[in-house]
Design a protein around this ligand. Structure first.
Ligand SMILES: C[S@@+](CC[C@H](N)C(=O)[O-])C[C@H]1O[C@@H](n2cnc3c(N)ncnc32)[C@H](O)[C@@H]1O
Length: 214
């Protein structure tokens, strides 16, 4: 399948996401800063990294950042923007729903507004391959007016309906428990249009990652 994300310009995506009435790019950026600083990790994999929103908050002690996305133009722009992370940032072009997926290990997976486009089962498959100690996800809780907020860019996203999955906290927590991870932390951020972003962190039941940084 030619994924609809391959047809969306990064500038259209980002311009929509940062509208004052949407505010998702800015809110995600602030939430990512916390995601990167909350755990004592050395390697992190960001799924659906797009143009690299939030990467300016990568702490100096992180030695490797994998940015995964299926859109190669997004990854090229991400690398161009973060030349300062050369040698640390490695962009991996990959379709996370693909059957022969290979991914390196990382201590932490960050998946912000990504599970909505691959579904629970493919997300579990990614986790099986990467074997992280912790997983920090942000999901969007929608109001009745759909998963894409109203904006002048609305029709740019028309094709996404065919790959979109509704993700909700209880089902995601159950899927993560099946994969051997327990819910550790939950935080919510309201958005201007009545939607909200919910961060859910899961930690590995077996590996005993050193306790969260307070
Ligand atoms: C809603 S955006 C999230 C962007 C980002 N986390 C942010 O802070 O703006 C979803 C991203 O996931 C990527 N994506 C969607 N489906 C994918 C798949 N099957 N495999 C890999 N990346 C995918 C898209 O190309 C897009 O960059």
């Amino acid at each position: 399948m030619n994924n609809p994300w391959n047809k969306i310009n990064l500038s259209d995506y980002e311009n929509h996401m940062k509208l004052q009435s949407v505010m998702q790019l800015q809110t995600l950026n602030e939430m990512m800063k916390e995601q990167f600083h909350d755990y004592p990790i050395h390697t992190v994999m960001i799924l659906g990294v797009a143009g690299g929103n939030g990467l300016e908050h990568i702490p100096a002690n992180i030695g490797k950042v994998y940015g995964v996305d299926l859109n190669p133009a997004y990854l090229a722009e991400c690398e161009r923007r973060y030349e300062n992370l050369a040698g640390i940032l490695e962009c991996i072009p990959a379709d996370l729903t693909g059957e022969n997926l290979t991914l390196p290990h990382a201590d932490m997976i960050v998946a912000d507004l990504l599970i909505e486009y691959i579904g629970y089962r493919c997300f579990q498959n990614v986790i099986r391959k990467v074997k992280p100690s912790c997983i920090s996800c942000i999901i969007q809780i929608n109001t009745d007016d759909g998963f894409v907020s109203d904006s002048p860019y609305l029709h740019v996203f028309d094709g996404l309906q065919e790959v979109h999955h509704n993700i909700e906290k209880t089902a995601l927590t159950t899927a993560m428990e099946q994969s051997g991870y327990s819910l550790d932390t939950q935080k919510e951020r309201p958005l201007p249009n009545g939607k909200k972003l919910v961060r859910l962190d899961f930690t590995d039941n077996c590996q005993h990652l050193p306790k969260k940084i307070k």
